[in-house]
Ligand binder design. Structure first.
Ligand code: GLY
Length: 353
C-alpha cells in the first residue's frame, strides 16, 4: 500500500504519494485536474516515462546542475507553446531534483502558471526537492538565484525508480535524510527506504505548511546547506548535493559546539549519523577554507556575513553574523580526504533497505 502525505501550502493542499508503481496514478490525477493535454519533461528513458492518459508530448531533459539555467526554461516554454499547451493543461516533470526544479520554474512562468505534477526519480528529489514548491535555476553568480514558489498539483514518489539508480545517486539522497535527524525527525536509519521518504516528506510538509515562503521556520530545512552549497560550487559540483550536505552537517555540529550552543556529545552525534549512512564526513583536500568562507558570504541567507542553521537548546535556528574566525578555526579542524575518495562508490549504505 502506498503512503500518502498531505502538504498544505499555496492555493490548495496536495498529496505526495510514496510507493512501488505509484506513477500509474498519473492519469487519474490529470483527469481530476481537468487537463486535456500534457507535456512530460523527462530525464528518464522512454520505458520509464509515465503516461498522463491524455494527448501528450515528451520533452527530453538532462539531470544535473549544469542544465539548471534560464536557457533551459526558455527552451521548455518554447516546446510547451509549440505543442499548444493551454493554461488549463498540465506539465509533468519526471527526473531528479534539477529536472523538477527547472521544469517547475518553466510551469510557474508559462501562461503565468500552469499546473505541474512532479514524478521525482531520485531519492534526493523524492525526499526533498520535489516537495514544497521551491523552483529555481542557477546563475553564474550563484545556485538557485532565480526562481519562484510554485506548488505542484501532486507528487508521485515511485520507489521503483530507485532500483535504476547508480549506488552513488541513492547515497546522495541519504544526505538529506541524515540532516532530518537534527531538524525534528530523529533517527530514520533503521527504516525502510519508503518509510525514510515518508518521514522526510512529512517533516518537510509540516515545515512548509507553517512557512511556505521561507521567512523563518523553513530555514531549518537548510541544515548543513551553507557549507554544503559552498562545497558543491568549490568542487564544480563533483561533490553531489547530498554528499556536500552531509559534510556540511558534520561541520554544523562542530561549529555549534565551538559557539557553545551544544555539547561535545551532540556534536559527535552529527558525525556518527552521517557515517551511519556511509556519507562523506571530511572536507575535500585542495579546497581552501578562505575560498569556502568567501562563497558562504554570498549565500542567499547570509547578506554579506556568515549565517548557518545551527543546533542549540531550543532546537535548530538560523544564526546570523557568525564570526569568520570561528568558522575558519572549525574548518581548519575538519578532517580532510582527497575528493576522489569522498565521492568513491562504496558498499551498500547501512541506512538503506
Ligand atoms: N530544500 C529546502 C527547502 O525546500 O526549503
Amino acid at each position: 500500500m502506498p503512503t500518502t502525505v498531505e502538504v498544505r501550502a499555496g492555493d490548495r493542499p496536495y498529496e505526495v504519494v510514496i510507493g512501488v508503481g505509484v506513477r500509474q496514478l498519473l492519469p487519474g490525477i490529470v483527469e481530476r485536474l481537468g487537463a486535456r493535454r500534457a507535456v512530460v519533461v523527462s530525464a528518464r528513458p522512454r520505458p520509464w516515462v509515465p503516461d498522463p492518459g491524455v494527448p501528450s508530448t515528451v520533452v527530453p531533459a538532462h539531470d544535473g546542475e549544469h542544465a539548471k539555467t534560464l536557457a533551459t526554461v526558455e527552451d521548455f516554454c518554447a516546446r510547451f507553446a509549440a505543442f499548444g499547451l493551454g493554461r488549463a493543461d498540465v506539465v509533468v516533470a519526471c527526473g531528479g531534483g534539477t529536472t523538477t526544479d527547472v521544469t517547475g520554474l518553466a510551469a510557474a512562468l508559462y501562461h503565468r502558471g500552469v499546473a505541474v505534477i512532479h514524478v521525482p526519480t531520485t531519492l534526493l528529489a523524492q525526499v526533498d526537492a520535489s516537495v514544497g514548491g521551491k523552483t529555481a535555476v542557477n546563475l553564474p553568480a550563484g545556485k538557485n538565484l532565480v526562481g519562484a514558489y510554485w506548488q505542484p498539483a501532486a507528487v508521485l514518489c515511485d520507489t521503483e525508480y530507485l532500483s535504476t539508480l547508480p549506488h552513488r545517486q541513492r547515497r546522495n539522497g541519504l544526505g538529506e535524510i541524515a540532516r532530518c535527524h537534527f531538524i525534528g525527525a530523529g533517527d530514520l536509519s533503521g527504516l525502510t527506504t519508503e518509510q525514510q521518504i515518508a518521514a522526510s516528506v512529512a517533516l518537510k510538509a509540516d515545515v512548509v505548511s507553517r512557512d511556505e515562503r521561507d521567512t523563518g521556520l523553513r530555514h531549518i530545512l537548510n541544515y548543513g546547506h551553507t557549507l554544503g552549497h559552498a562545497l558543491e560550487i568549490a568542487t564544480d559540483f563533483r561533490l553531489y548535493h547530498g554528499e556536500a550536505v552531509a559534510v556540511g552537517t558534520v561541520f554544523a555540529g562542530r561549529l555549534a559546539h565551538a559557539l557553545g550552543r551544544i555539547g561535545a556529545e551532540r556534536a559527535a552525534e552529527h558525525e556518527a549519523v552521517v557515517r551511519r549512512y556511509d556519507l562523506p564526513a571530511a572536507l575535500p583536500e585542495g579546497v581552501a577554507a578562505e575560498e569556502l568562507i568567501s562563497i558562504m558570504r554570498h549565500d542567499k541567507k547570509s547578506a554579506g556575513g556568515l549565517s548557518f542553521v545551527l543546533d542549540g537548546d531550543g532546537g535548530p535556528a538560523l544564526v546570523a553574523g557568525v564570526d569568520a574566525e570561528a568558522v575558519r578555526q572549525v574548518l581548519g579542524e575538519m578532517p580532510r580526504q582527497p575528493l576522489d575518495a569522498l565521492v568513491a562508490d562504496t558498499a551498500e549504505p547501512a541506512g538503506t533497505r
